[in-house]
Design a protein around this ligand. Structure first.
Ligand SMILES: *[C@@H]1O[C@H](CO)[C@@H](O)[C@H](O)[C@H]1NC(C)=O
Ligand SMILES: *[C@@H]1O[C@H](CO)[C@@H](O)[C@H](O)[C@H]1NC(C)=O
Ligand SMILES: *[C@@H]1O[C@H](CO)[C@@H](O)[C@H](O)[C@H]1NC(C)=O
Ligand SMILES: *[C@@H]1O[C@H](CO)[C@@H](O)[C@H](O)[C@H]1NC(C)=O
Ligand SMILES: *[C@@H]1O[C@H](CO)[C@@H](O)[C@H](O)[C@H]1NC(C)=O
Ligand SMILES: *[C@@H]1O[C@H](CO)[C@@H](O)[C@H](O)[C@H]1NC(C)=O
Ligand SMILES: *[C@@H]1O[C@H](CO)[C@@H](O)[C@H](O)[C@H]1NC(C)=O
Ligand SMILES: *[C@@H]1O[C@H](CO)[C@@H](O)[C@H](O)[C@H]1NC(C)=O
Ligand SMILES: *[C@@H]1O[C@H](CO)[C@@H](O)[C@H](O)[C@H]1NC(C)=O
Ligand SMILES: *[C@@H]1O[C@H](CO)[C@@H](O)[C@H](O)[C@H]1NC(C)=O
Length: 262
């Protein structure tokens, strides 16, 4: 592969180091073994236009730990992670949230480089990234995207997992003009289940002024697959991170107690 291993290695080391550093073990679940209780009287069942069914809730006595929801003028937020809630589905055991963590890196031909580095989302242990509904996406040309996830496998053993994808395009006309995401301007990959904390980053795998001249920026993020449609303007005219400053939708599986998500 005609690429700079240095850039990839640097990104990887950074990624792994940070995840290990921030991998904290917060104690949860003091109340988590009880059966689902009925909604308490006096509890709000909505926050704006978002329904908040138990075990989620907004006030004292209205939720089961850690499904505390903060409700204010701007919306409903999971209190444990402060991500905005879009909707909660009790039947599927899912909650759709807004993922504000879009990693970006821009290397301009004039020598100005900028990036937002590592983008970390740490969920509480009762929320997991849905591996069926989401994908890891990277956008750009000569772009390498990396995701490192911390998960619990069998017997609740922690392990780190790293997945990546790369997108290659040599000029603007080689970018896929459909909404597919198959490695020409955009790539995607899946990741294992049970991830409760993850970090994403991106950067170029080639130092190429020719590519920088038409596609200086790379982006990577985890997103609900059904929502995301690649648009070739994302590689040059549209700054993806500025277009989605609030983030992109993400589906989380949630579980009461220690049972499995499926
Ligand atoms: C990217 O495309 C260039 C030009 O087509 C090619 O030389 C290079 O091998 C490709 N790199 C990868 C990693 O596919
Ligand atoms: C709530 O309202 C916003 C803005 O009007 C809308 O975009 C969103 O889809 C609504 N959400 C639900 C769950 O109805
Ligand atoms: C809910 O979470 C918020 C933010 O973490 C906290 O300030 C508040 O005290 C919590 N409410 C209850 C009843 O635990
Ligand atoms: C609402 O709460 C969220 C999460 O705590 C916070 O990020 C946001 O700034 C708050 N909005 C307002 C208007 O206070
Ligand atoms: C939950 O998802 C199921 C299956 O997609 C759907 O039929 C149901 O209407 C959803 N419930 C809510 C409250 O969104
Ligand atoms: C380099 O180009 C970028 C993008 O056009 C611009 O934002 C930046 O200010 C430029 N830097 C210098 C030093 O001219
Ligand atoms: C996820 O966790 C459950 C329960 O601990 C376990 O049975 C399952 O094998 C795990 N899945 C993966 C992909 O590690
Ligand atoms: C910007 O990044 C490129 C590689 O993408 C590198 O060759 C160049 O030295 C960097 N410039 C600065 C000012 O750091
Ligand atoms: C891509 O984005 C451009 C500019 O916003 C828009 O005009 C075009 O319709 C989009 N294409 C698709 C397939 O969504
Ligand atoms: C859940 O926790 C209880 C008590 O700690 C344990 O007996 C049970 O086997 C656990 N269930 C799973 C699916 O891990």
């Amino acid at each position: 592969m005609d690429c700079s291993p240095i850039t990839g290695q640097k990104l990887l080391i950074l990624l792994a180091a940070t995840l290990i550093l921030q991998h904290s073990t917060t104690a949860y679940g003091a109340e988590s073994s009880g059966s689902i209780r009925m909604m308490q009287p006096g509890c709000l069942d909505k926050c704006g236009n978002i329904s908040i069914p138990y075990p989620f809730g907004t006030g004292k006595g209205c939720f089961q730990e850690p499904f505390n929801v903060t409700c204010n003028e701007t919306g409903a937020y999971l209190s444990s992670t402060e991500v905005r809630v879009l909707d909660i589905n009790l039947t599927l055991g899912e909650v759709r949230v807004q993922n504000p963590h879009i990693a970006w890196n821009c290397d301009y031909p004039n020598g100005t480089n900028s990036s937002n580095g590592l983008n970390i989302l740490s969920l509480d242990p009762f929320h997991k990234l849905s591996d069926k509904k989401n994908k890891f996406i990277a956008i750009g040309c000569a772009t390498l995207g990396l995701i490192a996830g911390s998960s619990k496998g069998k017997n609740q053993v922690d392990f780190l997992t790293v997945n990546s994808c790369y997108s290659n395009c040599t000029d603007a006309s080689s970018v896929d003009d459909s909404t597919e995401c198959i490695g020409l301007g955009c790539c995607k990959t899946s990741f294992p289940g049970n991830i409760s904390s993850f970090s994403t980053t991106t950067g170029p795998f080639l130092d190429s002024p020719a590519i920088q001249s038409f596609s200086p920026c790379s982006y990577s993020f985890v997103v609900e697959e059904g929502w995301f449609k690649f648009n070739r303007s994302y590689i040059n005219s549209i700054n993806f991170a500025s277009k989605y400053t609030d983030g992109v939708p993400l589906v989380l599986d949630w579980v009461v107690g220690n049972e499995s998500c499926s």
